[in-house]
Design a protein around this ligand. Structure first.
Ligand SMILES: Cc1cc2nc3c(=O)[nH]c(=O)nc-3n(C[C@H](O)[C@H](O)[C@H](O)COP(=O)(O)OP(=O)(O)OC[C@H]3O[C@@H](n4cnc5c(N)ncnc54)[C@H](O)[C@@H]3O)c2cc1C
Length: 537
């Protein structure tokens, strides 16, 4: 989207009639603020939504070295961004400039408007999405700072966690960033203390776990002590679709996700075969939009919340979470998907996160700019990754076990690879060994037909060699298939209240956890569909 279009979508001006409607359909409160008073401050949760009736409200970013004015809202304009829907803390502050009159609307009331007034909803939601996009694109906005080495697996884990959860942050690479000495001194730490997470002038955490990080920056939503109508395990595309359909049908819906929304799709830089997106979109955008949609309908998304075990209490499934908490629901949707198979190469484990990667997103691409990288795999995910990495690396060596790129890859992708000047295809090729010193420096490649060997210097190997289902947390009595997407997971014997979707399709449930299936789920508290048959038959 052109920059000026994005700006005008991000900062629309509501007319008198729209402001009057907003005031009518919410418990809107007229308020006045004096010069310098804070309407909401960075880090605040559940901040109110404000429409300016007169005067000016300045939006200030305090995350960098100096405070910066991002924009000034005037008559008819409104504050806020996606945090209103996701319940995450404000990333900026809003301060009155001169005396100003505003209309104040609570978060719950705003959600009602978004559900009940489609015309206002479109303007407000599009503005929220565009504002985040502008911040994400801005070279001036710092957000959180992650200071750590490109050769540290924990640094990559923290960056990956923040990126998946769409937290705005800047990575300071201790190996290359010219600012690093000044920042280490400013925070009173040494390189040995990294990775660290800081905000503005405040050092927040040293090498935090994902859970500590989420709790400190306020992105983990507390779970309610209730029996939910629908619990969904996994926030990949299937889990998010189920959350949208479930919540929009009025079901009390909770989604429990161990890392971040998006699942495997979240690591795709260009999805082109999803219906309705003719120009393609990134998996991260898809997930971000789905999360907003689910939140809009009132679904509760809890991240990071790994589910360790499934038990049954009479007819109800009970999910046991890391840390001992439990979540009970009348219906459980298993959408824990699949994870990428590890490369079974000598020395590989040592370099995971420090040279061996299972995703190709901007986080990984930043580390291989200008380098030769090796990519293993012949499916679509490998093809997408190769095309994406070719835009960042000097050269991509693509290794496939067979001799025909078209065998497992869509032809549009295979053609793009053939046309890319800096992707070299090596057929009948596998990696035999990996070398390095703390981090990966080289790999030995062998041709399986001729036995010919070749050693290539590289800082990065990307592996996309198929997936295995994530079903290790399920009890033994739940029958499952060894292959994801094979269509034979039968999870309905012990209780008709557990069904699965997505890359773990059960025998009788649709792939997306569709509205019809979930509507029937309302009956699942009694264990059977309305007609007495197992659900979704
Ligand atoms: C790089 C790449 C590119 C791709 N490109 C395309 C494409 O262009 N078009 C296409 O159609 N498909 C594509 N795919 C495949 C597509 O992404 C998957 O089919 C899809 O993501 C499956 O969705 P899912 O929700 O079933 O599972 P997943 O995406 O695997 O999501 C499962 C989620 O469950 C979570 N989870 C797992 N276990 C637990 C637990 N115990 N507790 C809590 N949470 C848990 C995981 O963290 C994950 O977020 C691509 C895949 C990859 C990796």
């Amino acid at each position: 989207m052109a920059e000026h279009t994005l700006q005008s979508i991000a900062f629309p001006t509501l007319d008198e009639a729209q402001i009057a409607r907003l005031s009518e359909c919410t418990a809107a409160v007229p308020r006045t603020f004096q010069d310098g008073q804070t309407l909401f401050a960075v880090g605040e949760r559940n901040m109110k939504f404000f429409v300016v009736k007169s005067g000016e409200v300045e939006i200030v970013d305090y995350s960098g070295d100096e405070p910066k004015t991002l924009t000034v809202h005037r008559k008819g304009q409104f504050t806020g961004d996606v945090s209103h829907l996701t319940g995450t803390p404000a990333v900026v502050s809003a301060i009155a400039r001169g005396p100003c009159e505003v209309v104040e609307i609570s978060r719950d009331a705003l959600r009602r408007v978004l559900n009940q007034c489609p015309d206002l909803s479109d303007v407000i939601l599009q503005a929220f999405i565009a504002r985040r996009q502008l911040l994400r694109q801005s070279a001036d906005f710092t957000g959180l700072r992650v200071i750590g080495s490109r050769y540290s697996a924990d640094t990559l884990r923290i960056r990956d966690f923040l990126a998946k959860n769409r937290v705005l942050f800047t990575w300071v690479d201790v190996e290359t960033d010219p600012e690093v000495d000044r920042l280490l001194k400013q925070f009173g730490i040494t390189e040995a203390d990294t990775p660290v997470v800081a905000c503005g002038h405040r050092l927040m955490l040293r090498n935090p776990s994902n859970g500590q990080l989420a709790d400190t920056i306020g992105i983990r939503q507390p779970l309610e002590k209730t029996v939910y109508d629908l619990a969904v395990v996994g926030a990949g595309p299937a889990g998010l679709a189920a959350a949208v359909y479930g919540a929009s049908e009025g079901l009390g819906t909770v989604v429990l996700e161990q890392t971040g929304p998006g699942g495997q799709a979240g690591s795709s830089m260009r999805i082109e075969n999803y219906l309705g997106f003719p120009t393609g979109l990134t998996g991260s955008d898809l997930a971000g939009r789905a999360v907003l949609q689910a939140n809009k309908f009132g679904a509760h998304l809890s991240v990071p919340t790994p589910v360790n075990r499934l038990e049954f209490d009479k007819a109800y499934p009970v999910l046991r979470l890391e840390g001992g908490d439990t979540v009970a629901a009348k219906c459980l949707l298993i959408a824990s998907g699949a994870e990428y198979r590890r490369l079974g190469v000598e020395g590989c484990e040592r370099y995971e996160g420090t040279g061996v990667y299972y995703a190709a997103t901007p986080s990984e691409a930043q580390m291989c700019r200008g380098a030769l990288v090796v990519l293993v795999g012949g499916g679509n995910s490998a093809g997408q990754a190769a095309v994406f990495l070719a835009g960042h690396a000097r050269k991509v060596l693509l290794l496939i076990r067979g001799h025909d790129l078209y065998k497992n890859m869509s032809s549009y992708l295979a053609r793009r690879i053939e046309q890319s000047a800096n992707i070299e295809l090596l057929c009948n090729a596998t990696i035999r060994r990996m070398y390095g010193d703390g981090h990966l420096t080289a790999v030995e490649i062998v041709n399986n037909k001729t036995g010919e060997e070749r050693t290539v210097e590289t800082p990065a190997v990307f592996s996309f060699i198929g997936a295995v289902p994530r079903t290790d947390w399920l009890p033994a009595e739940i029958e499952r298939d060894a292959k994801p997407g094979a269509g034979k997971v039968a999870a309905l014997d012990r209780s008709a209240a557990a069904v699965s979707a997505g890359d773990q399709p059960p025998r009788r449930v649709c792939r997306g956890g569709c509205a019809r299936c979930l509507r029937q789920a309302r009956c699942l508290g009694r264990g059977r569909g309305r007609d007495g048959s197992p659900v979704c038959a």
